[in-house]
Design a protein around this ligand. Sequence first.
Ligand SMILES: [Zn+2]
Length: 1013
Amino acid sequence: MKSCPKTKAGYINVHLVPHSHDDVGWLKTVDQYYYGDNNKIQLGAVQYTLDSVVEELKKSPDRRFIYVESAFFWRWWTNQDAEMQEIVTRLVNNGQLEFILGGWVMIMNDEACSHYNSIIDQMTLGLRFLNETFGECARPKVAWQIDPFGHSREQASLFAQMGFDGLFFGRLDYQDKEFRKQNKDMEMIWSASPNNLGNASWLFTGALYNGYNPPDGYCFDIFCEDDPINDDPKLSGYNLVEKVNNFINIAQDWAEPYDTGHVLMTMGSDFQYMAAHTWYKNLDKLIKYVNRKQITNSSRVNLLYSTPSCYLQEVNKSKRPLSVKKDDFFPYASDPHAFWTGYFSSRPTLKYFVQKANNFLQVCKQLAVGAFNGHPPQKIVDSVRDFSEPVGIAQHHDAVSGTAKQHVTDDYSLRLTVGMKSCESVVDKAFRKLQHASLNEVQAESNEFPRSFSNGLSTTYEFCQLLNISVCTASETMSDFVVSVYNPLARDLQNAYIRIPVSSPLWDVQGQSGLISSQIVNIPQPVLGIPGRRSKALYELVFSVDSLPGLSLSNFQIRKNTTEHVHSLKIKSQLKAIKKGGRVIHSSASNLAAANLREDFMIKNSNGLAIVFDSITGLLKSVIKGSVEVPVEQNFYFYLGMAGDNSKFEKRASGAYIFRPNTTGSQPSPITERVFSYQVYKGSHVTEVHQVFTEWISQVIRLYDKTDLVEFEWMIGPVPVEDNYGKEIITRYSTDIPTKGVFFTDANGRQLKHENVSGNYYPVNSRMVISSNEDLSQDQLSLVVLNDRAQGGTSMNDGEIELMLHRRLLFDDAFGVGEPLNETAYGTGLVARGKHWLLLAGEGTGVPISKHREAAQNIFMDKIMGFADVSLLQHNEYSFMRNAVSTRNPDLSARNTMVSGLVQVLPTNVHLLTLEPVSPTQFLLRLEHFYEKREDPVNSEPVTISLEALKQALPSVKSIMETTLGGNQWIEDLKRFEWIPRTVQENANEHVSVVQGAIVLHPMEIKTFLVNT
Ligand SMILES: [Zn+2]
């Protein structure tokens, strides 16, 4: 057990915490920061920091250092020889070197823009690395989010479930901070999941006094200009008396709002300690001389080298009752004109990439376990890790947040792309293996096929990662191919729609039950014109599948059809539609005045969902579901970004971090009052309205035949800035639902939070909800908008949902990045394309409000398609594939399934959050109850899963053990500090959670297991 330094009762104990804040990319790339290249941009070389700190720690057992960013530490550690590794291990074991937080990225992931799936993954990667390298002694007990720009209670709840004893952060709203200082409320209990997990989600939370910096005058780094402590009276510049007395005053000031006789002082800052002796030499002196004053009784201040966990131990011992906080620390304002809400939406294409990367990574992880029967070769495990690392790094508070320099952002994208290639090879192998396994079974039964496929299919799969701009080289160039669709949900996906970009209009689609009806839709002109888009695709082939079985592959064969007489009925109608550019039922392109005479037009689907358009403006006018019609106008608007030189608060510019419209409190201007043109394409699977608003904004509003969701696919850019104004583009859904200024946003894609400061922007990871009642467990009318990436959102006016889609700005906001957020690509402003889904629910609609849970999950765990050229298959394989896709035998698809048993074992309210290889003989399993309490009469109930049934459903299980959320501690060893709330709290957690031989999951609960195979 590591020892903490001794403190003195009756004194102000100042815990000096030497630390370095090492961003995993910001102004320089992660590798540049590690090695120290590109120092003309910023001095920073983490390798020297670690070299230097270790040398200094060796000199005195009193000295301490905390280290946070595993991604850097791992780089350094693997370059050390055995001797150095031994020294470091000793420093870890005796408590001199303490790991804090422990996530991979930096551990310090962004809290506004990161999805909970990615937060858990990146933390797990870092925590398990520390565990495997140093064992229990290195397990971080304290979370350290000193730099992120606002804090989310879901993040705190996840930390609690990872077993952390406390959380410290540096940034909170400047007014809130003042208030807390005055009221001695800088430390609190954060009840981070108050409606669901109760005490289990309590997390001690401390706001640091001065961000993460040392007091003025006491920065002893080579980067700093403060004078060193000169204790030689013979020399000029002797300043000991002054330095000591000053420090004693500062210590008293800092300690006051904490009121326990202890205060944590952060001695370090960004990329400091590259020459660690300058720090330690001066801190040694400071401690010696300040403490010497105790002898003469002239001071009650006691300095000590310490760490956050040692500090926290003392605070816990003090038994000071703490206030209880239940909401978020968003938005964060650092001065009256600096609201850090721009980054919720900055760099929309990177944010999308990060979300899609997580989607593909989860598929890769699942298949690496399932397709290899729980025993993936080490190479497969390594390939998964090759993608896990960049996806982890992308969660950094300067990565997914969009607040890094452009070249660093490009580096994040490059890392994601390279990592994705590794996982593509895993998914390809897995797909072929699953096909092969199923092929063997068919052979065994029928003898029809020769046993010749020992290595799986002889073709490889292509994965089209640009489907969001309707590009897929494989499907555009092949004339006979198989598309294998993997559904990563542990439940069957009903009424799924498949869209495939193609270059010509005539196709046959063959599915399990024979020929499937399909539809051809034109790709909108603005999409064809996206700068840099290289594609032959002019159409998208659309077909529907009644059910995609969970955790399974489903095959479809797509063949070019040149003989028109085959299936003439379908094709003729399609041809007709195509010749006329689709079956256009309304077009306002030429003359809107004439449209005055027309009636509004309506599009319906067979789920009783209908959307009505105003034929004069071409805008959405209302949405009808069941017996309810709600006026919903949707349009695009812009704010002019504030220009400024940041010379004072009033001159703060809107930038990568800050959202500041040029006239505060003003409403945004519509881009246009009516659409420039619209076209309606009608078909049996989908009806689409293609709207063009301006040269740089277009949209497709899409109604699939069997769905409760209206899909909006928006496209924005290049945002014009020739007028020298930066612009921030939003969309609004305006309804007449009486919301009384209340709206709901999600926290990191999980808990819903109640917001009531209209006009404040909040992070929206997955959805926003407005409703006619503040209690969402009632059946009142509600409107949900789901999104496909993190965005900022608000409700400026009653009944309204506003989301920011794109930002192009011409000034830097002076928080360090040093570049205006002016993204360009292919010589012009960056174009972004993305989706929203609108869901009308509650009273009269026949749709439960809780439907958003399932819908959001379908989005972040979207199906993945692989394309294989049939002409490359051997003859017998070809026969098989034909057979596989056309057989009516329902068992066949079940055979393509990995761990299909899980689908039967898991109740509908339980999500398979993680199935991830750890080694060739171990994997991690996470099961999540993904509903909140009272949200749904059935799905919000606790569930019990038989352990035996679970074992049967998983591949090759030898043993299964529950761990904490980070997978680095057995659950029975979990012991966290207890805290005393200032006021009596309801305990929401009084429930049975241990049932012999079974797993019990309560609302919002996640259970993690380490499985040996
Ligand atoms: Zn930072």
